[in-house]
Design a protein around this ligand. Structure first.
Ligand code: FAD
Length: 396
């Protein structure tokens, strides 16, 4: 191809553009993004940026001009005509030889709160900046959702001195991501940080200055922060002929190609089949937005097509703890604990037969690194040794 257009200037879009150059592609590369900010990274938004870090510190350290990457910001894609190799945008059509979809995800809204003052999300730099006065003013905050974002925001808000109440519909934090017995010790982290976690609680409505739960409880709220998940930002693809999955994600193949010729998809907006785990994966984590683009760039620029079959990885910084996860567990896998889950550092391994398929490490970065290698290699393990936290994780 002589020109590649990348839609979405988040981590996956930026990495795709950079990887194309790294792999020697010398045609035109145009990075189109809806936001007007110079491309920035999201993980710092729920961490340093909330606590007074400079917003500029979140911007990617990439010299786009030097790399010959055209930044086309403040332009929103509205549709694709694959038959014409044409992208429709708010500022007119853009023709492409190759198109990469990297529009990421958008946060799920709490029903009935659209446009209600004082209700915040945390996905963009603008969102993070809008939350700064909430922390600086030490407002009472109600956080809806005890997932990754809810936990990280609560951490920052407690550090700033806000009173924080977390409303979670499930019985435990991280219910969507981890089995109950694994997540159970994390509930205590909220109380220890001085935040009140109300599980099994549902929001009925948000009123000026308060959140009212379905059981009638009224929680004072100077601000409400909603962190109840994210969905692929693909509404704009309706009617384009690009096949989407049940969660609205672009269904990519093992080479991250979509159902349309010369159109790829990567990052939070796309799922891909994993031969390693035997299922389709929709990953909403940073590492996937780093590595997927290398596959896309290799397939566009290189002679040898490479399939994408990563061991997914992510981290979270919450309540003074470094939480890391690699792999993919399923309900039927055997859970093996290493260390005391009531303590400061412990981990959990998931085994399928004599292979490790996932590891969760709290303050045990070595377990994560060793476990990740084992998952990648698929080497058999001596299962009885996995439970001993003093024995390194290695193959039999
Ligand atoms: P995005 O980052 O969402 O970028 C997509 C871009 O496309 C956006 O800028 C959007 O404006 C633009 N766009 C959307 N639609 C259009 C359109 N129609 N036309 C043009 N542009 C469009 N992951 C971790 O592993 N660890 C962490 O600690 C961690 N912390 C996080 C903290 C926060 C606050 C958030 C929000 C996410 C965090 N993540 C973390 C997840 C990680 O940031 C994402 O997985 C990653 O940003 C995905 O990159 P992406 O490029 O696919 O999508």
């Amino acid at each position: 191809p002589s020109s590649v257009v990348v839609v979405g200037a988040g981590a996956a879009g930026v990495q795709t553009a950079v990887a194309l150059r790294e792999q020697g592609f010398d045609g035109g590369v145009r990075l189109i993004g809806a936001e007007r900010h110079r491309p920035y990274d999201r993980p710092p938004l729920s961490k340093a940026v909330l606590l007074g870090g400079r917003p500029e510190d979140a911007t990617f350290d990439v010299d786009f001009e030097k790399l010959g990457i055209t930044l086309d910001l403040g332009r929103t894609a509205t549709g694709i005509r694959p038959d014409l190799h044409r992208l429709e945008t708010t500022r007119g059509p853009v023709d492409y030889d190759c198109l990469v979809l990297a529009t990421g995800a958008e946060p799920v809204r709490l029903p009935g709160t659209e446009g209600v003052p004082g209700v915040h999300m945390l996905r963009t730099l603008d969102d993070a900046q809008a939350l700064r006065p909430v922390l600086d003013g030490r407002l009472d905050v109600v956080v809806v959702g005890a997932g990754w974002i809810g936990a990280e925001f609560t951490t920052a808000a407690r550090e700033a001195g806000c009173r924080v109440t977390v409303v979670e519909a499930a019985g435990l934090p991280l219910a969507g991501a981890l089995p109950g017995d694994v997540a159970a010790p994390m509930a205590a982290w909220y109380a220890r940080a001085g935040a009140e976690l109300r599980t099994g609680a549902r929001v009925d409505r948000v009123e000026p200055g308060a959140v009212v739960l379905t059981d009638g409880t009224r929680l004072p709220a100077g601000a409400v922060v909603v962190g109840i998940g994210a969905r692929p930002a693909t509404g704009w693809l309706d009617g384009s002929g690009i096949t989407l999955g049940a969660h609205g994600e672009v269904l990519a193949d093992a080479w991250l190609r979509t159902s349309a010729a010369d159109v790829y998809a990567v990052g939070d907006c796309a799922s891909f089949p994993s031969a390693r785990f035997g299922e389709r994966l929709l990953v909403h984590h940073w590492d996937n937005a780093l590595h997927g683009p290398r596959t896309v760039a290799a397939n566009i620029a290189g002679p040898a097509p490479a399939a994408y079959d990563p061991v997914p990885y992510f981290w979270s910084e919450q309540f003074g703890r470094f939480v890391q996860y690699a792999g993919r567990h399923a309900a039927a896998d055997t859970v093996v604990r290493r260390g005391d889950p009531g303590g400061d550092s412990w981990s959990v391994c998931w085994l399928r037969g004599d292979r490790m398929v996932a590891v969760l490490a709290v303050g045990r970065a070595r377990d994560l690194a060793q476990g990740r290698r084992l998952i990648a290699s698929g080497a058999p393990l001596a299962a009885e040794r996995v439970a001993d936290p003093d024995v390194p994780l290695k193959s039999a």
